[in-house]
Design a protein. Sequence first.
Length: 355
Amino acid sequence: MGTFASKFKTSYSVLREGNYLNGKNILLRLRSQAPYPQSDADEALFERQRSLLLQARQKRVAPIRDDKVLADWNGMTIAALANAAAAMQRSDWMKIAAEAFDFVVKAHGDGERLRHSWRDGRRTAYGFADDHAHMARAALTLYEYLPDKRYLDLAKAWVRTLNEHHWDPERGGYCFIADDSDALIIRTRPMADQPNPPANSVMIEVLSRLAMITAEAQYAERLNGLIGAFSGEATRNFPAMASYFTGLEFALTSLLIVVIGPPNHPRTHELTNAILGRALPNRHLIVMAPEDSFPQGHPMHGKTMQDGQPSAYICQRGVCSPPITNPVALSQMLQMPQQRPQQQAQQAQQPQPAR
């Protein structure tokens, strides 16, 4: 038994003097000198030993657990999980992201507004700006990968809530609390990053995405007002404004990439995978069926498949490339340095590799 215990302690970094504070040990294999994984027999033994330790620990009074559900934190997690699922082609992760989103909508939703937290069927007061901003971003992220217009509609609804109840008409920017919340001495408009990015940073990306998707002037106008409201902060507090500059970069360099093709067509999937195979943080992807269309006034209005083949378009600042039907050519184009839209269009017109 002594040999087995010694092997366990070596593998989990257990020291006589402790590997943590005050002579305490935390079981940790990441910094262990022992190889990982070990033989199947040893791993099975470790599992039984961990079970014995768990049984002993369960005799103690468990610490209080904070298990409330927060709308803003779930919004961040959902967006990250959906992006990871698309990049890694993990449909199970995408399913979890969609289920988490649906739960927040059901548990926190109240008309076009969200409640901040939920626990055991009880909800708190109306959500803050961060709740609506992060969930709007999560909705638009899911809208990239799942063919359900409900995500776009919910994102628009939460943006309307932010504009109606949180926008500061005098100074610009979104206030943390709503205009119908309990009166405070001042309604703050956070811009500096805290544990999570503030709504005023997140909304730069959200409004940019909505402007690209819909071509509606209201989103572009509100975006310009939001960026301008905090432009002077850059000279005073730029180390705390990483999220603001990330959003600003998205607004200035974002690409709308549209793939038009039957959902089950192999070439549609090849074009989509060529896009997902590139690191494009400033991209918004739309995959649409041939019978769908963009509204008038949108740069993609009237564009369809080329010669009956699934086709991709790259749009930036209101200008779209000619249709691209070859996934290799599309991948190569996306690998190129950022160019002006006119240069992108010229590049797309050059001869493509044979299909």
